[in-house]
Design a protein around this ligand. Structure first.
Ligand code: NOJ
Length: 565
C-alpha cells in the first residue's frame, strides 16, 4: 500500500491535469499495447512538463469491448496493463515527484461480464435489481424490432435495450450491449460503489474522474423519448441529469469524498450551466467540477448527433466559453479542455495542422484555453501538437462507436466516402493513435505491432524533437502550466470577453482587484489580422508565439499574454 499524498482543500483549483489513455501511451512489454509500467517509465516527461495530476483512463479488468470502459472487476487491473502492484508503484512514483493520481470511475454501467451482472441475470438472486430489467413492450414478440421497453437508442448505434434469454427480459445499456446500466435506485448498488471508491482511496489515489456520471439517475417510470424527425434518440432527456442526481452525488460525497480533499470531475454530457453550477457549488458538497460538452458540439448540426458536421463559427465558441466562465464565476468551478480520448485532435479540428501553421496554431489554442479560469486538462500528445490520424479505410479503425455506426449506416445506404470523412474529422481513434515519443520506426511507443496504427508524421512530431526545440509546442505548454502555478490572476482572475463578434480574434481579460490586468490576444486564423485600436495596449508580454511583434497586427495564429501596465 502507498501512503496518501498531502492534500489541502481545493488544491486542484491551481492544478493542471494530464490524461493518460493507457493502451496508447507507452508499451513496456512489446505487446503492442501500452501498460502501467510504460507510464512509470515516462514520469520524468510529465514532471518536466510540470503537470500536477495524472488522470489514468481505465486499466481495470475488462473484456475491452469499449477499450476498458466496460469493467468486469473494479478492484483489479487487467493483465493487458499490468497489476495492482504496478498501480502502487505508479502512485509512489507520482507522489514522490509531487504529482497525484486520479482514477477513472465508470459506474453508470459495468461490463456484462462483471459478476454483479451475471448474478443479476437470475431474477431470484440477491442482485436481481442491480441493473435495469424490463419486459418486452406489450403485444410484441421478445427480441423483435419494436419490442424494446422504450424507444431509446444506444450511444453506439442500435436500440439501448438487449434481450437476455436467460433472464427472459430486456436490460438497458445506454452504451454498448456489453455495458449494462447499473440501477442506482438500489441503495445496495450505491453502497457497493462507495466501498470500492474507499478501497482505492485507501490505496492512495487522489481523486476520480466519473464517467457519464450525470446519467446515473433515470426518470421513472422509464418512458419513450419524444420522436423528433431526423434527431437522434440517444442521450434522451429521460436519463440526463435525472431527478435524484444531486441526492446521489451528495450521498457519495458524504460517504467517501468529504474530508479527503479529492479531485472530482464528473463527465456530464448535455449538462446545462445552471445544473453544473449546482453540481460544483462547494456548499452543496457534490463534485469539484464537471466536463461539459457544449463547446465540443459547436461543429455539429444541433440535434443530429456527432457525425453531422458543420464548420466552427469562432464567435459561437467565444460566446460559449464566456457563458461558462460567467455562469460558474463565484459559484462553481470550470474544467478546461480541448482534447481527450473521445475527441479528435484540437490542432486538426480548430487549428491548422499544415506544416506552416501547426506549431503556432497548437500554441495559440493552448493559450486561449489555459488562460481561462478553471482547471486545465492536457490529453497525452496534445503537449506536442499531435494531429488527427487521417485514416483512409474502415479497416484502420478499432473504435466500437465507429465500427457499429459504419455497420448500421452502410446497411441503410449511406455514402461510405462521406462516412469515412466524418470519422476522419470527428472519430475517437484520432485521439487514440499511439503517443509519439521519437522518430524511430515505432515512434518509441512499442517494439511490437501497435494495436492502432502509428501516425506516420512521428518523424516530425515527437516528444524527443519537441523537448529539444525551445520554440516547440511542448515548451509553450510548459510555460502556460508554469504561469498558472506562479500567477494569481491566471488562477483567480475574473474573465471578460472582448470583441465577441470578431471572426478571427479571441481576446479577453482576467482581473483580480489590485493586481495588473492580464490581456489575452489571439488570432485564431491562418490569415494576418489587424488589431483594433483599443486592444493596442502597453504592457509586459508574459508569453507569446512570435518574437517579432507589431502593435497593430497579429500574424496568422499569433497570440500574446500581456500584463497591462
Ligand atoms: C465516456 C467515455 O469517455 C467513453 O470513452 C466511453 O465510451 C463512454 N463514456 C462509455 O463508458
Amino acid at each position: 500500500m502507498t501512503g496518501t499524498a498531502q492534500r489541502t482543500p481545493d488544491w486542484w483549483k491551481s492544478a493542471v491535469v494530464y490524461q493518460i489513455y493507457p493502451r496508447s501511451f507507452c508499451d513496456s512489454t512489446g505487446s503492442g499495447m501500452g501498460d502501467i509500467r510504460g507510464i512509470i517509465s515516462k514520469l520524468d516527461h510529465l514532471q518536466q512538463l510540470g503537470v500536477d495530476v495524472v488522470w489514468m483512463s481505465p486499466a481495470y479488468t475488462s473484456p475491452q469491448d469499449d477499450n476498458g470502459y466496460d469493467i468486469s472487476d473494479y478492484q483489479d487491473i487487467d493483465p493487458l496493463f499490468g497489476s495492482l502492484a504496478d498501480v502502487d508503484e505508479l502512485i509512489e512514483g507520482l507522489h514522490s515527484r509531487g504529482m497525484k493520481l486520479v482514477m477513472d470511475l465508470v459506474v453508470n454501467h459495468s461490463s456484462d461480464e462483471h459478476s454483479w451482472f451475471q448474478e443479476s441475470r437470475d431474477r431470484y438472486s440477491a442482485k436481481s435489481d442491480w441493473y435495469w430489467w424490463s419486459d418486452p413492450r406489450p403485444g410484441f414478440e421478445p427480441g423483435t424490432p419494436g419490442a424494446e421497453p422504450t424507444n431509446w437508442a444506444s450511444a453506439f448505434s442500435g436500440p439501448a435495450w438487449h434481450w437476455d434469454e436467460k433472464r427472459g427480459q430486456y436490460y438497458l445499456h445506454i452504451f454498448s450491449r456489453k455495458q449494462p446500466d447499473l440501477n442506482w435506485e438500489n441503495p445496495e448498488v450505491r453502497k457497493a460503489v462507495h466501498g470500492m471508491m474507499q478501497w482505492w482511496i485507501d490505496r492512495g489515489v487522489d481523486g476520480f474522474r466519473m464517467d457519464v456520471i450525470n446519467l446515473i439517475s433515470k426518470t421513472l417510470p422509464l418512458e419513450d423519448a419524444e420522436v423528433v424527425p431526423g434527431q437522434a434518440l440517444s442521450f434522451s432527456g429521460s436519463y440526463v441529469d435525472g431527478p435524484r442526481m444531486d441526492e446521489f452525488l451528495h450521498e457519495m460525497n458524504q460517504a467517501v469524498l468529504k474530508d479527503n480533499h479529492l479531485l472530482t470531475v464528473g463527465e456530464a454530457p448535455g449538462v446545462s450551466v445552471e445544473q453544473a453550477a449546482k453540481y460544483t457549488d462547494p456548499s452543496r458538497e457534490e463534485l469539484g467540477m464537471v466536463f461539459q460538452f457544449e463547446h465540443m458540439g459547436l461543429d455539429e448540426q444541433p440535434g443530429h448527433g456527432k457525425w453531422a458536421l458543420k464548420p466552427l463559427h469562432l464567435p459561437d465558441l467565444k460566446a460559449n466559453f464566456a457563458k461558462w466562465q460567467h455562469g460558474l464565476e463565484g459559484r462553481g468551478w470550470n474544467s478546461l479542455y480541448w482534447d481527450n480520448h473521445d475527441q479528435p485532435r484540437i490542432v486538426s479540428r480548430w487549428g491548422d495542422d499544415s506544416p506552416e501553421h501547426r506549431v503556432n496554431s497548437a500554441k495559440t489554442l493552448a493559450t486561449v484555453l489555459h488562460l481561462q479560469k478553471g482547471t486545465p486538462y492536457v490529453y497525452q500528445g496534445e503537449e506536442i501538437g499531435m494531429t488527427n490520424a487521417y485514416f483512409t479505410s474502415i479497416e484502420q479503425y478499432q473504435d466500437i462507436e465507429i465500427l457499429n455506426h459504419w455497420a448500421e449506416a452502410t446497411a441503410l445506404g449511406a455514402d461510405p466516402e462521406e462516412l469515412l470523412e466524418s470519422y476522419r474529422t470527428k472519430g475517437r481513434d484520432n485521439a487514440r493513435t499511439p503517443m509519439l515519443w521519437d522518430a524511430t520506426d515505432k515512434a518509441g511507443f512499442t517494439t511490437g505491432e501497435p494495436w492502432l496504427e502509428i501516425n506516420p508524421n512521428h518523424t516530425e512530431i515527437n516528444v524527443e524533437a519537441a523537448v529539444a526545440d525551445p520554440d516547440s509546442v511542448f515548451h509553450h505548454y510548459r510555460k502556460l502550466i508554469g504561469l498558472r502555478h506562479d500567477n494569481e490572476v491566471v488562477r483567480e482572475g475574473v474573465f471578460a470577453l472582448l470583441e465577441p463578434d470578431h471572426e478571427q480574434l479571441f481576446c479577453y481579460t482576467r482581473t483580480v482587484p489590485g493586481q495588473p490586468v492580464l490581456l489575452v490576444l489571439a488570432n485564431m486564423s491562418s490569415q494576418a489580422c489587424t488589431l483594433p485600436e483599443d486592444l493596442r495596449r502597453e504592457g509586459a508580454v508574459l508569453l507569446a508565439t512570435h518574437e517579432e511583434r507589431r502593435d497593430d497586427e497579429l500574424a496568422p495564429w499569433e497570440s500574446r499574454i500581456v500584463e497591462l501596465a
